[in-house]
Design a protein around this ligand. Structure first.
Ligand SMILES: Nc1nc2c(c(=O)[nH]1)N=C([C@H](O)[C@H](O)COP(=O)(O)OP(=O)(O)OP(=O)(O)O)CN2
Ligand SMILES: [Zn+2]
Length: 125
């Protein structure tokens, strides 16, 4: 198996509804996003997916979050814009957008600071 990773970032504001502490207040992060994909087979030029294509797919998704107040962006109007939920939303969006490629989205990690991250992945059946 091959596993590839690309990294990108976005900046946005959020507030965690119901959080008992300062994170309930409006504040911002420079979020770092790492996307992991796997494949068993390489294509005719021996790559799984062009890193440029994977970055573009990811950036098209996170452009919906960049420089936004996340609590106003669906589905974070209904679910808290925690690192966990942001990672899951990017994972699920990327899974839908990458069907034409011979890859499996295996995990998305979202860093909200240098020392704190959340990863969403699905167990393989
Ligand atoms: N499991 C999660 N815990 C927390 C999340 C989250 O998304 N998932 N989010 C937050 C807040 O977004 C908050 O902004 C985090 O800020 P804070 O804890 O203050 O971060 P610091 O870097 O300032 O924390 P230090 O502990 O001082 O490093 C909170 N928790
Ligand atoms: Zn925060």
């Amino acid at each position: 198996m091959y596993r590839l990773m690309i990294e990108t970032s976005f900046a946005s504001a959020h507030q965690l509804r119901g959080y008992k502490g300062k994170c309930e207040n409006l504040h911002g992060h420079n979020w770092k996003v790492q996307v992991y994909v796997t494949t068993e087979k390489l294509n005719e030029i021996d790559i799984a997916i062009d890193f440029h294509d994977l970055k573009k797919l990811t950036n098209d998704i996170i452009s919906q979050l960049d420089h936004k107040f996340l609590n106003d962006v669906f589905p974070f109007t209904e679910r808290n814009p925690s690192s966990e939920n942001i990672a899951r939303w990017i994972f699920e969006s990327l899974k839908k957008k990458s069907t034409e490629y011979n890859i499996t989205v295996s995990a998305v990690t979202v860093w909200e600071s240098e020392t704190a991250s959340a990863t969403y992945y699905e167990e393989l059946k």
